[in-house]
Design a protein around this ligand. Structure first.
Ligand code: FES
Length: 97
């Protein structure tokens, strides 16, 4: 979104969520699943994942993919990112082939 569209809204940043400890489980899962390469998209992926899990604590893999759809990763192919988020929320659903 454009910055002007956020006028009057409360904005949470990756730094704010990191300091509160809200991202610790997600960050660990990203680390364990090699869910980042260059790291350019990672703050946005973590924020999107945290927001998704706030509203849907046990999303399916399809819901995780939909929740990340506003974020673009040039490096990972998304599979490891979805694995990390699924692990962080305790989902045991397997990816459909
Ligand atoms: S890890 Fe490089 S853009 Fe996502």
């Amino acid at each position: 979104m454009f910055a002007v569209q956020a006028e009057g809204a409360q904005i949470e940043t990756i730094e704010g969520l990191t300091e509160s400890g809200e991202l610790a489980a997600l960050q660990e899962a990203f680390y364990r699943n090699n869910a980042l390469q260059c790291g350019f998209c990672t703050p946005g992926m973590l924020i999107a994942a945290a927001d998704l899990l706030k509203h849907n604590p046990k999303p399916s893999r399809e819901e995780i993919r939909a929740g990340l759809s506003g974020n673009y990763c040039r490096c990972t192919g998304y599979h490891a990112i979805v694995d990390a988020i699924a692990e962080a929320c305790g989902s045991t659903e397997e990816e459909a082939e």
